[in-house]
Design a binder for this molecule. Sequence first.
Ligand code: GUN
Ligand code: FE
Length: 433
Amino acid sequence: AYRAAILRFATDGGPHRSAVYEEDGLLVIGPGANGVQVVHAVGPYRDLVGRFPGIAVEHLPGRILAPGFVDLHLHYPQTDVIGSPAEGLLPWLENYTFPEEKRFAALDHSSQAATFFIAELLRNGVTTALTFATSHPASVNALFGEAQKHKLRLITGKVLQDRHSPDGVRDDTEQSLTDTEALIRQWHGKDRLGYAITPRFAPSCSEAQLRGAGELAARYPDVWIQSHVAENRDEVAWVRQLFPAARSYLSVYDDFGLMRERAVYAHCIHFDDADRALMRDTGTAAAVSPTSNLFLGSGFFDYAGADRAGFRYGLASDVGGGTSFSPFHTMLAAYYVGRASVEQGGQLRPGLSLNPQHLWWQHTAGAAQALGLAGVVGNLQPGCEADFIVLNPQATPLLARRTARANSLDELLFAMIVLGDDRLVEKTVIAAS
Ligand code: GUN
Ligand code: FE
């Protein structure tokens, strides 16, 4: 058990996404099913300690325990692409990303990249990730193998891209689907690993490949689906040319059976209300990637529109379009995006001010809900897998000074969101270790 301040989220879900904060809390963990540690009890120290006589308590004064962060979308093979400037998404893919991803045909290169990637996730307090690999099965095997060593909850999949892709990353339609099914059977549900069927995006997939992906998604309903949608205006126009019969870019995925619970689409920027309703009605979730959208100049996720329709969303780094592994940087960028005034029907709508509890929720319990893993990860309620982080608000002089002056939970969380980075994360504890 651990005694410290504890941050968690109300389980009633609802529109409030409100945090529960224990100034002097006790977190009791113990073995759950299949060797994974789970939260047995959590609450005020003075109320709980009597219920666990003789239990060993590690006291962490001045520290805050919080759920490990959930990164809803990123690319492990793009760690070395971070910070590559380009005139928007399509030139960035062509000039930096595809050349880099070619290297992942080799297992030893993939393994080295996977080792660095997982260390970086943990250093930043990320304990669950839904990540792209590359089109090479070796890249998937390397990452799952590394994640299994760390007993990490990780979801990935082989990228499907059988057209409009250069030699070295383009795959073969039939082979890509055979490889996908073999990887599902090999890895999905092993320890804490999950498989995601991963069409890169509609422009890089033939109709036959999308159809095959949709058939696999129907045959394996508890496997995830991940892709990109409506990120960039040139991309949207290209999809309109390639799929002239589709109602919208998003509906291409629906037409091929790729929208359902456990489907997560990155970006979801250039949407109309029919797209938003389709997201909600199919139980599909959006991975909001603000540092990537600002870096590549893609646009701004419409939070008000998403909440009006009521579809699920959570935060994502989208490394290497995104600029940081740090959830603090991502939450701050999400705040900037909320503040941005967006044009709507020819009028400028004033910016929102996203509440810090809502920002934090989007990167923990909200992201877990988007994955269909509410009550499993992303929170510290009884029964949750005990992946958590130890935050040290004394980590830098400015953090120490600013958090000491916080007069409310919102002020405390905001100070950490604005000033925090990997230095704030003193320790990351994985449930199974
Ligand atoms: N669309 C298709 N591939 C990618 C990618 O690798 N990154 C981003 N940001 N968008 C994409
Ligand atoms: Fe991405």
